[in-house]
Design a protein around this ligand. Structure first.
Ligand SMILES: NC(=O)c1ccc[n+]([C@@H]2O[C@H](COP(=O)([O-])OP(=O)(O)OC[C@H]3O[C@@H](n4cnc5c(N)ncnc54)[C@H](OP(=O)(O)O)[C@@H]3O)[C@@H](O)[C@H]2O)c1
Length: 251
């Protein structure tokens, strides 16, 4: 039986790298994207070259009906949902608290949680029936506190996501469903390309101060997601796993 992984926001960055890792493990991978079909199609090709199967499915994960479309596509094409990776990158509005309007703060927190809430609630009945499921939530080191300036909305949203995931792990464990959080530090992706310019020198500082002396690439995170999202994870649940090259050891 081919196992099936659904990954939100898998057309680029961390989600795309995770998709290829699942492909390497022989999974059928449902590659969700928001707007970039061409990028998602390229990821499907990479998944198949790695040894898996794939389909690209559009959908804004903040919307219940579009999340339903994603889960339905997985079931129609592949018959199951073994793994759900909630990774979609919800837009970050950078601002100091004093300058951050309530509407922007509320939108970030709500959108971040909506993008995990709907798709999780829709996948769980399938996983319960299978008596097997792996949920991985992609959070951030920012959940622990200010790792960079002007990220209060993002950090607060990701902290809420960590707690959400622990409740899921607690409720769903009796159904043999495991839920964990992968919390990257800074990773070189499209999302950080702008920040790297804005925060001149961030990559140089990481290279100098982190024990591994380099900046993370998406594959560094994708490998950990695949481990926690597969049978390799059988007895860890409700944990938040920092994947940051040991940068916290420098403080
Ligand atoms: N990069 C970092 O340094 C870093 C650090 C810590 C945590 N993270 C977290 O890692 C995750 C992935 O980030 P990334 O850096 O890989 O991002 P990225 O390279 O900018 O890719 C973003 C992905 O999310 C998709 N997406 C955006 N809005 C969506 C929505 N509403 N519904 C479904 N998909 C949506 C995009 O689809 P399209 O291609 O169609 O636009 C794309 O596939 C995020 O949760 C982010 O917060 C990243």
């Amino acid at each position: 039986m081919t196992k099936v992984a659904v990954i939100t926001g898998a057309s680029r960055g961390i989600g795309a790298a995770a998709a290829v890792e699942f492909g390497r493990r022989g999974y059928a991978v449902v590659v969700n994207y928001h707007s970039r079909k061409d990028a998602a199609d390229a990821v499907v090709e990479a998944v198949e070259q790695a040894g898996g199967k794939g389909i690209a499915v559009p959908g804004d994960m903040r919307m219940r009906d579009e999340a339903a479309g994603l889960i339905n596509a997985a079931v129609e094409h592949f018959g199951r949902v073994d793994t759900l990776v909630c990774n979609a990158a919800i837009q970050v509005k950078r601002a100091a608290f004093a300058d951050l309007p309530w509407d922007d703060f509320a939108a970030k927190v709500t959108d971040e949680l909506a993008a995990s809430y709907h798709v999780t609630q829709l996948a769980l009945p399938i996983m319960r029936e299978q008596r097997y499921g792996r949920l991985v939530y992609v959070s951030s080191g920012m959940a622990e506190g200010p790792g960079a300036p002007d990220m209060i909305g993002h950090g607060t949203a990701k902290a809420a996501l960590n707690t959400f995931a622990r409740y899921i792990a607690h409720e769903e464990g009796p159904h043999r469903i495991i839920a964990n959080v992968v919390a990257p530090g800074y990773v070189r992706t499209d999302a950080t390309a702008a920040a790297a310019t804005a925060l001149r020198g961030i990559e140089a500082r990481i290279t100098e101060h982190s024990p591994l002396r380099r900046v993370a690439d998406p594959v560094d995170i994708g490998r950990v997601i695949a481990m926690f999202g597969s049978e390799d994870c059988s007895y860890a649940t409700g944990v938040v796993v920092p994947v940051n090259g040991g940068i916290m050891l420098a403080h």
